[in-house]
Design a protein around this ligand. Structure first.
Ligand code: BGC
Length: 947
């Protein structure tokens, strides 16, 4: 049965999400009745993987939209959820806040708490779930999980004031702030709530508070400033305690984008509240106010793009500890109060997620020591170096080394444009120190150190990886090293560019929330990391940036109204990003929260496309609405293609909105939009398809989008255009030429016209231009351009050339779905289609998994000794159709029995050399003799060609 979209495998639109849910529940119950002979006992059925707003046990969140999800672990195949019960209490295992009672439902994702619970600020709530399977077997209550609310309104800050150093000199060293907190009683628990204009790092009694970096993260500070919550119970002691804060420029007043400064203001400030609960139950609050003291600190410069300048001679030893004499420190000033903008940070913080050790040291010019971490990464260096009093060392960062000429082996930094990316450390004493910058971030693989007397040892140089700490949920491993490296490059691109917001590049003077880049990459991003909280936070940023006409700017957050103009393929992120998250997870929260704003944006798109009385989008144009950086274009793009791209996007937006409306239960709206989709497609074909089948400009992108997005509904017309597409590829010697907008559709379009062989051929190319070429040239992240490095080792155009730009990594979605074989039939893999492209391109093995909100979904296939083995794991309360190339249904075995008779297998069909098995949850291992169908022969022909 075809159901709704899996982007390119299942193009039709479902209008009956609600009905379908009920149907699947009913079906599931029937299935369980069928396997009731081996019904589980309560021990074998349990609840796991509990998340709140897409996060495990989140500390310090808003209370207005709590959304729960859980997975079920079950020993018996074909388990479904027949009912659930939730209890929420202020004590573990309590239900003083809410008890849902037994709810007959198979729903496990985006289960919301009633809106009238009046959750309190700064309160920890425990929650538990128990479930009944389809046969009525009841689980135990699981171990309690929790969420804790942050401060929810200005009043909750207990009069905390924004405080700043008493100077207007923005060139002064960045300030330190401190206060003494005296506690007369023993501490039972304590929370610290804080935020800043600029960046802040807090300490208590000399110890860093929390494990976050670059707090409070980036938002449009004119509208919304995130506050962090820290559990500081163990840092406090009875008696005197000192709270210290160091401030840095960050996005607030440092360099942002193309060297825009002071975007939100020029005064660094801190706001904080410490709430202490004593063992006797009493509570005390301490807040930032005029009693705090301030002094210049050792951070002479603290800029995200230019780097940090740390002068240890300005350190005041023990400044954030008890017993320090702060009498020379000055009183702080109180700055204007905007507590109303404070919101609890809703997503994962930026953390140090890994530390890479330098592998080699070279000295490409005298006194300049270059260390190679082996991986292009985002973060800062950690160096242990000896030095003399007053000696200054410079740490520079680069993604690449010159490969040619006199400077061969030296760091290449021209592509950073105005971002200086230099950290500087000045020694206070003759000593050895370990220095790790606090208030900056760089994109780099190489670290250059100058100013030292002796060459630093390789093992004293490390790279600390910083990024928003999203859970790692998926991976794909193949029997092809080049493709594995490509997957790794895509994953590192996501890690580095997901830093508080999704950015285009982490290195040069840009690092902006370009809407187009994440619009294209979000389906891939959702395969590898749990993006629910991170991208939902960015959707808050989009809402903040939405214009009165419903449109959004090209970059979000949008500093200083830069790139206010917006174009097709970029602003559409307002629809494509929530769609990608919902589609990957089945979690409707990101859609619900933004629905009204998304509808306003869609209204803008719709009005623009229909204002001339047709359904062709010829407006919504700006200087970057074409296929950015395509090889068939001018310098950046070709604008005469805009109409094709824009009208195709109009159809896609409409399709996605229809599906999301159905998921929210807005069936009339869903039906209306769904009915519009074919009409847009017909108008598109009438306008842009020539009688012989060619598409308008005849570029690869025009064909890829037309066929990938199902713009041609007539089978004969489609086949004719498919032929033209293949002709075009042949004319291009079967090498890609697409830019940002076309690249994600290239392989899906080939799959849709039945040419997986050509898709594999493009994917396996390793000469220019191709994904493989980047890998062959040594890339460890995905490049911005196909020619970021040329075959002769020269670097591409310096005006815009990043080595870590995830847009072309959008191919990761096709790889995951086709090579890993995990495709979606219903959102969140409630129903999946497991159909790996067995044997394509000489592959003999592929392993793929994703931790869905329902649990782990996995597939692993292997060709060996004339046998095909396909092992799959399907989460409880979901189902799958598993497609296996085989001679007949009987030729497939599972365990010791014929697959069709195996427990959990619900039926089988055989067609065109493939067996499709319908299975319920559980782990299965299918084995069959290897088949060589006509298609397989075609793929093997390809094997011969490419190897
Ligand atoms: C960015 C791109 C972005 C583009 C749009 C570039 O400078 O790095 O990724 O999408 O501009 O114009």
């Amino acid at each position: 049965m075809k159901s709704f979209d899996s982007r390119f495998f299942y193009p039709s639109i479902s209008l009956v999400a609600t009905v379908r849910n009920w149907l699947s529940l009913a079906l599931g119950m029937i299935v369980v009745l069928l396997v009731a002979s081996q019904a589980p006992d309560a021990r074998a059925l349990s609840v796991a993987q509990m998340t709140v707003n897409g996060r495990a046990n989140p500390l310090g969140i808003a209370a207005d939209d709590i959304s729960l999800a859980w997975a079920i672990t079950a020993e018996v195949r074909g388990t479904v959820q027949g009912a659930y019960q939730i209890r929420v209490g202020t004590k573990a295992a309590g239900d003083d806040v809410w008890n849902s009672g037994r709810v007959v439902s198979d729903r496990q994702v985006d289960v919301t708490l009633p809106g009238d619970l009046h959750l309190q600020p700064a309160t920890r709530y425990f929650w538990q779930v128990k479930v009944w399977d389809g046969a009525g077997v009841e689980s135990k209550w699981n171990a309690p999980a929790w969420f804790e609310t942050g401060l929810l309104s200005p009043a909750d800050w207990s009069g905390a004031k924004w405080i700043a150093a008493p100077t207007t000199n923005t060139a002064a060293p960045r300030p330190l702030l401190r206060d003494v907190v005296s506690l007369a009683k023993q501490v039972k628990s304590a929370r610290l709530y804080a935020s800043a204009h600029g960046l802040y790092q807090l300490s208590i009694n000399g110890q860093k508070v929390g494990d976050e970096f670059l707090a409070p993260g980036w938002t449009d500070y004119n509208k919304r400033i995130q506050a962090q919550t820290y559990d500081v119970t163990t840092l406090l002691q009875k008696g005197d305690n000192v709270i210290g804060a160091a401030l840095g420029d960050g996005w607030y007043r440092g360099n942002v984008g193309m060297s825009w400064r002071d975007v939100y203001g020029n005064t660094l400030a801190l706001v904080m509240k410490l709430q202490v609960t004593h063992t006797d139950g009493s509570t005390e609050n301490f807040v930032t106010d005029e009693h705090w003291r301030s002094a210049d600190g050792p951070f002479v410069q603290a800029d995200l793009q230019d780097g940090e300048n740390y002068d240890a001679r300005l350190e005041q030893s023990g400044w954030d500890g008890v017993g320090f004499d702060a009498s020379s420190w000055k009183s702080v000033t109180v700055v204007s109060d905007d507590l109303t903008k404070l919101v609890p940070r809703p997503d994962e913080p930026v953390r140090a997620t890994e530390v890479l050790s330098a592998r080699t040291r070279t000295e490409p010019k005298p006194g300049a020591y270059v260390f190679d971490l082996g991986q292009n990464m985002v973060g800062v260096a950690r160096v242990k170096l000896p030095g003399k009093k007053g000696q200054t060392i410079h740490i520079r960062y680069a993604e690449e080394l010159y490969r040619l000429g006199d400077r061969k082996g030296q760091i290449y930094t021209d592509n950073l444009r105005k971002a200086k990316a230099i950290d500087t450390y000045t020694f206070a004493h003759n000593e050895s120190v370990t220095y790790q910058p606090t208030f900056t971030q760089h994109g780099f693989r190489y670290i250059e150190i100058t100013g030292v007397d002796t060459p630093p040892a390789t093992n004293n140089v490390q790279g600390v990886v910083l990024g928003s700490d999203l859970s790692d949920i998926g991976d794909l491993r193949l029997s092809n090293p080049m493709l594995n490296q490509l997957v790794s490059n895509i994953r590192w691109g996501q890690r580095g560019n997901f830093l508080s917001i999704p950015t285009d590049t982490p290195a040069r003077d840009e690092r902006l929330g370009w809407t187009g880049d994440i619009s294209l990459f979000s389906p891939t991003a959702c395969r590898y990391r749990d993006t629910r909280a991170f991208l939902s936070k960015w959707m808050d940023d989009l809402r903040d940036a939405q214009k009165p006409d419903g449109n959004i700017p090209a970059i979000v957050p949008q500093p200083q109204y830069q790139f206010n103009e917006t174009g097709v393929g970029w602003s559409d992120a307002f629809i494509t990003v929530p769609y990608a998250v919902w589609h990957a997870t089945g979690d409707t929260r990101i859609v619900r929260r933004n629905w009204e704003a998304m509808k306003r944006f869609y209204g803008f798109v719709h009005d623009s496309a229909t204002k001339d009385g047709n359904l062709l989008e010829e407006g919504r144009n700006s200087w970057f609405s074409g296929d950015w950086l395509s090889l068939e274009n001018g310098k950046y793009q070709r604008l005469d293609e805009h109409k094709v791209i824009a009208t195709a996007y109009f159809a896609e937006n409409t399709r996605m909105m229809a599906e999301m409306a159905a998921a929210l239960g807005e069936t009339n709206q869903a039906a209306e939009w769904a009915a519009l989709v074919p009409k847009i497609r017909e108008a598109f074909v009438a306008a842009y398809r020539q009688p012989a089948g060619a598409i308008y400009t005849g570029t690869q992108t025009a064909y890829a989008m037309t066929l990938g997005m199902d713009m041609i509904t007539d089978a004969a017309q489609r086949e004719q255009t498919a032929g033209k597409f293949v002709e075009k590829l042949a004319a291009d010697n079967f090498h890609l030429k697409t830019g940002f907008l076309g690249a994600p559709w290239l392989l899906p379009a080939l799959t849709k016209i039945g040419r997986d062989d050509l898709a594999m051929r493009l994917l396996l190319n390793d000469d220019y231009p191709s994904w493989g070429f980047e890998v062959r040239m040594g890339a460890t992240t995905v490049w911005e351009r196909w020619n970021t490095i040329r075959a002769n080792g020269e670097f591409g155009p310096v005006d815009m050339n990043s080595f870590n730009h995830y847009a072309y990594g959008a191919v990761g979605d096709w790889m995951f779905q086709k090579l890993g074989g995990l495709q979606m039939v219903e959102a969140g893999y409630k129903k999946s289609h497991i159909a790996p492209l067995v044997g394509g391109g000489s592959l003999s093995h592929a392993q793929c998994h994703i931790q869905t909100p329902y649990g782990s979904l996995a597939s692993e296939w292997k060709l060996a000794n004339g046998e095909l083995t396909l092992a799959v794991t399907v989460p409880a309360n979901t189902s799958a159709e598993v497609v296996i190339p085989a001679a007949s249904t009987e030729a497939v075995r599972e365990g010791n029995v014929a697959a069709v008779s195996a427990p959990g297998v619900k039926g089988a069909t055989f067609k065109d050399g493939k067996v499709t098995l319908r299975v319920g949850s559980g782990s299965y291992k299918f084995v069959t003799r290897r088949q060589t169908s006509a298609k397989q022969a075609m793929l093997e022909g390809l094997d011969n060609k490419t190897h």
